[in-house]
Structures are given as C-alpha cells and as structure tokens.
Design a protein around this ligand. Sequence first.
Ligand code: ASP
Ligand code: MG
Length: 440
Amino acid sequence: MKVLKFGGTSVGSVENINNVKNIIHNGEKKIVVLSAMSGTTNHLVAIANDIKDNKASEAVEKINVLQETYIAVVDQLLSDESINAQVKDYVSEVFQLLVASAKKTYSLQLENQILAQGELLSTYMVNCFLKQEGISSALLPALDFMKIDADKDPDMAHIKSHLKDSLDQAGDADIYITQGFICLDDQGAISNLQRGGSDYTATIIGAAVLAEEVQIWTDIDGMHNNDPRYVENTKPISNLSFEEAAELAYFGAKILHPQTVTPVRADNIPVRLKNTMNPLAFGTLINNDHSEIGVKAIAAKDNIIAIKIKSARMLQAYGFLKKVFEIFEVYQTPIDMITTSEVAVSLTIDDDKNLDKILNELEKIATIEVDRDQSIVCLVGHSIVNNQETYKLFQVLQDVKIRMISYGGSSNNISLLINSKDKIKTLSKLNDYLFELVTL
Ligand code: ASP
Ligand code: MG
C-alpha cells in the first residue's frame, strides 16, 4: 500500500482538490493524509492567541470570517444537495465548537483542540467530495490511532495496532482518508506533531503499515538545490539519501517537516516529493540508493543564536564540556553547531525560550558572549567532505565573514555560521559556483 500526503495548497481550492482527486483515483488502494486548507492553521493560531489575550470578540470575528470561506468552498465543491447539506451540518458543528471555545479560558489543551479543527474539516470535506464523485473512500479518524509518548515521539506500538483496528472498522474502500498533524498525547489529550507535521504523519503511517512508498504532494517540483525565495534559477534535486534529506529538512528547506524521514529510514521505505500542480514532474526521490559524490543542495536556517563560552578551566581539563552540555539538557534546548578550541567552545541554538536561564548557569563557570541574528548555511551532498574540490568553497566565500565552520561531523554536511545579513550573498555565491558552474 502507498501513503500519499497532500499539503495545504493541494486542498486549498476547488481546482486543486480536483487535481488531488485525479491523482489518487487510479484503482490502487492507498491511505491519503491531508493537511488543513492553506491559511487555516495560521487563522486558528490567531484565534487561539486572541483567546489567550482575553479578546473573545476578536476571536469570534475571526471565526466568522473563516466559517464564510468554508461555506463558499462547500458550495463550489459539492453540487449534490444532500452531501452539501451533510457537510454544511458538519462545518456548522465545528464552528459552534470554535465559538464556544472563544468564551472559555485559555489553556494549551483548548488551543490544541482549536488547531485540530483544520485537518478535521479538510478530511471530512474531501471524503464527502470523493463519495459524490462515485469514488470508494472512507475516513480513518487520526485520533483513534495517532499517539505520541511523553518524549513527543510517535508511540509506534500503539499506532500500529490501533491503525489496523481503524482500517478493519472502516471496511473495504479504495481510498482511506486521514488527518495529518493531529494526534493524542501520552495522557490521551488532543495534541499535534508541530507546525508542518502532516508530512510526519504520513511517514509514521508509512512505517506502521510498511508502505511500499510514501508520497508527499506539495506545490513545488520536489526539494530544490537552493532556497527559491532568495536565489534565482534553483532546480529540483532528483535523488537524495535519507541522511541528506534529514539534514536539508532540519537546516532550513521549508518543504519538509524536519522529522519526516525518521520513521521510514530504518525500513528503507522510499519517500517521493511530488507537485500536485505538475504531477508529471519527477520531483525528488529519497531512498538509500547511493548517489554521486558532490554537493547537491544548499539551505539556510535563520534566527540562530551563537554562544561563545570561554574559560581557563577548559585548559587541559576534562569534564568541562559535560557541565556545559548538562545545562542545555536541563533546559531542553538542542544544540545545532559546535566548535571548540583549547580555551573556548562556541555553539549555536535556535530556541531562545530558556536562553536567560541557560546564560545564568553558564556565567557561573565561564565568560559568555552572545551573538544574535546569525544564520546557518548548510551544504549537503554525498561524501562532500572527501571531495577534493571542496576547498574551493572557501575561496568562493572570501569576502563573507564566517563565524563558525562545522566540517567533518558527517561526510554529508558542511555548515557555516554567518551573520544573517550576509545570507543572500552567501547563498548566491555558492549557487553560482556549485550549480551554475561559474569558475573562480
Ligand atoms: N496544518 C498544519 C500546519 O499548517 C500541518 C501541516 O500542514 O502540515 O502546520
Ligand atoms: Mg508542509
């Protein structure tokens, strides 16, 4: 069985929902994971923020605006009168729940329930639309099987057994539709897999059913070799290994949720990135097949904070780094890059929630310098560290001030920390040299 995930744009208009129908209606049995319609989750976040700020009437206004857009989509999509009425009943139930939520006191639990409505709406609508079109489909409620544990990792044993039950209960159908993003937490309360989490849902399901392939359908022809928002003439990459895809997703390629390939990597289940608006394009295939040596892609991650920790206590001593890392562990803050010298260690984080507390602790053992507005530029490819041409990269970047370099951590990645204001220049220079073959 294949698992196909469609993102917000793919279900964001009647025209695109029709494209989705044409893609999935090919006689093969499949599980289809849907995001909320584009814009909906942002809108729901804004509603939850209003509730948090005790602005109930603003929240209700936003709820009404959203409800109108849904009614318009239902009317365009569903010409069958009874199906149209059935979906409108569902839509009105959802919006009554939202209005009731606006009058409650904010809690994370309430916010998570509000955020879940986007995927519940899109899946209900698309399932009914497929029925109207005479296609055999059934809904698999994600909350019946998708669960995370106390560490927020998927509870695979629970997911496998409950997904099997859900498939049995849904009965025979060609297409099983389920919600991306949403899940239950270890306490059984509604939660989610973080923003962009529908990709992760698809690969978790792919691993649970040992799918033949997981396809992520978006609005771009696969993963690009550079960031199309900042560099012209970027091109789709046809093949990536799981490791390369994981590095790119983590270091800024917005197309994939950073955890996407984790669940399917061990079983070598291929992940294919495809474009709903251009289904004939090859896209990107992620699997374990070995590929040519060289840099395949460049990505950048912004809002990085660099921390330099300097202490004479490091000199010829052991145990100092352990103390440093323990502080980050206590405050649950992941470290992205790290470089050391005999008397100092520089590292980067992108989560500043507990920065003040971390700095307080670090100051007890060292002198600290903090630089904000940094970006990590990450070069990803197969065996690039062993590539004899790699040294030229530094010639290309002669006039960019590089604050840190991470080279050799894995043979597939070279990361540079630069000031964010130099990011576009760095991405373009690397692009010219690596992909446009401009010589030095
Ligand atoms: N709807 C959620 C979001 O916008 C999940 C997703 O689209 O992947 O983040
Ligand atoms: Mg996404």
